[in-house]
Each structure stands twice: as structure tokens, then as C-alpha cells.
Ligand binder design. Sequence first.
Ligand SMILES: Cc1ncc(COP(=O)(O)O)c(C=O)c1O
Length: 389
Amino acid sequence: MSDFTTVYQRRNTNSVKWDSVEEIYSITDASQVLPMWIADMDFAIPSPITEALQRRLEHPVFGYSKASEETKTAFTNWMQKKHQLKIENKWILFQQGVVPSISAVVEAFTEVGDKVLIHTPVYPPFTIVPEKLGRVVETCRLTEQDGSLEIDFSAFEAKLKSGVKVFILCSPHNPGGQVWSKEDLTKIAALCQSNNVLVLSDEIHSDIVFKPNKHIPILSVAENLNNIITIFAPTKTFNLAGIQAATIIVPDEQKRKVLEDHALAHGQMELSIFSLTAFQAAYEHGEAWLEELLEIVSSNMDYVVDQLTSKVDGIKAFKPDGTYLLWIDYRDTGLSEKDMMDLLLTKGKLALEPGTKYGEAGNGFLRMNVACPRMTIEDGVARFIKALT
Ligand SMILES: Cc1ncc(COP(=O)(O)O)c(C=O)c1O
């Protein structure tokens, strides 16, 4: 059994989540504020990863590193076992993160002024990265029905026909935790293919899915794999965000060459020796830890949904299909986002993500990270209730 109950002191550990609250929330003293915002977990990583890193540290030479076939196979075996997806080792490119991968793909396959399509609300870098690269971000708003997000396929198709070059899919979706159905994914792949739009699928959350839901990689339903680029990472699954590692899966040989040239042009190297060590150990030995984690996160979700919806007027929340991020609907409280954030921060001493960070479509919502020990969850819920009652 792994330890999911220890409450680690993470302040002053170069942690964005714990050490950037003052800066992010523009407050003068964050020492009493509980951060439940950015998506990393307050749990210790699986011990086989720590042990692998310790073993590597014992070797006193840290020269240039390269991913071995064993490292790649650890990942492809995981994808086959967990997601029934066959990935060839040669399709794998490495990057220091999913966001850098999104940036590389957008930059390599579009020009300044080209249109990139995203769903909203969505993870902020889907907007920020293409915009900073001078691309035009087109949005297609997801419709929300009792906690379930749906794609308006006629609006989506109309956008695809408007000269979009790349569609960035978030699967499972952040925020909202939607696991897309086989039908939706098949339709997305077919529509993008027929409109000559490249699909860039960010599947970083694919391993954090609650039973009986099942993540379906878009690569497993698409007719033409060459029109799909998928990004996976061990960093959400195993709480390794600070290790910085991701894979870009590119079945099409020419597109791989374009991305390899892009990496050369930007002086990008292979992953660090520590990333590679953690990456391989995670995929080879992390499964038992992940199974336990899913139980804990699922039960945290149940608890938070029950408490917030039963104890705070005007709050709606539904357990997501996956992710450790709860999307909370407070529109019935009548509070503006500013008032809600003020109450949470000053009265509750609680830092959650304001919904408009995910686009205007997120107005009236908050995102709460529930990947922490039950004691912290109970504290967070109590702070939420205190802020609003
Ligand atoms: C959908 C999505 N993509 C990417 C990331 C971040 O990936 P990375 O840290 O590898 O850049 C996150 C983190 O929350 C995310 O939710």
C-alpha cells in the first residue's frame, strides 16, 4: 500500500502551487491560504520512481542523455496495456512537456496568421500558446448539460470549414473531466480529415479516469493516423510535473521529420537523464500506485461533490468522468467572479482557479484540484463552506 495520507509541507520547495499564490492571486500574505488550484498533486510519487532516481544518482556521471529503446518500450507497453493502443517506438518524439509540444506542433505546421481551433472552456495554454505565436485562435463553445460537456458538431464543422489549419483537442477534457465517447472522437477525426485540418490531441489526463469510464485515444478510432498527432505524458498520472517530460506521437514519417527539424532549429535536446529515469520507472512500475491513487481521487471527488452541493446554496458540481479537477458551477449564487474570488481568498483562505482563466465560457465556474490527502480535502471544503455561508 502506498501512502496517500501524509500531508507534506510544500512551502519553500520551489513549488508553483504553494509558493506562487501571492503573485498569482495578487495578495500580500498567502501564508494561511490553502492552494487547490494548479494541477499537481500533494501526494508523494510512486516509490519505484524515487528508487530509480536514487539508483541513478549513485552513478556519478551525468553526461548527455538519450532515450533508449527500453525507455520507449516502457511507454508503448503501457499504452498497449492501459489503452489498447499500439504505438511503434519510431513514432515517439520527446519533449520537455505537453505545453512545449503544443507550441512545437503549432509552430511547425502553421504560419503566422493561420487559424487554430479549440473548444472552450479549455486549459489556458491552448489559447495562449498559439496567440503568442501570432496564430488566430478560433473557438467552439462546448455546451454544458448537468455537468456533462457536449460538442456542437454543426458549429464545430462550420469552424473547420473556415480555413482552420489545426484543431487542438483536450482528451479527457480540462476543465470538466469529460471522457469523450468513441462516437465523438470518430466524428472529430473524420471531420478534421475531410476538411484537411490536422488534429493535435492532448491526452495528458488519459490515465486518470474513473471506472466504468474508459479513455479512448483518438489514434485508436481515426481512419487516417497520418492526420493525428497525440501528446501523452507521465507527469499528471504520476505527479511528475517538475520532472518535465512528454511524448509526441507522430505516425506520419514526413510530419516526424518536420518536428525533428523544428527541434533542431530550436536547439532542443533529448530529455534530461533524470526525466528519462523517472519516465521509464513510472511506466514500468507505477501501475499499482496508480490503481490506489484512482480510488483515493474518486472518493475525494465524491466527498467534495456531496459536501459542496449539500451545504452551500447555489453550488452545482458533478463528479467528472476523469481528471482530479472538479469543475464547480456557482452561477446560481448570483456572485460575480471577482466577488467569489474575494470571498474564497479573504474569508475562506482558499485558492481555487477562477473559471474565466479557461475562457469566457468558464464564467460562473471554479476549478478545484482534489488530488491531496483527505485531511487537506476536508480543510479545503470547510474553507469553501466558511467563505460562502
Ligand atoms: C490539458 C493539459 N495539457 C497540458 C498540461 C501541462 O503539461 P506540461 O506540464 O507537460 O506542459 C496540463 C496541466 O494541467 C493540462 O491540463
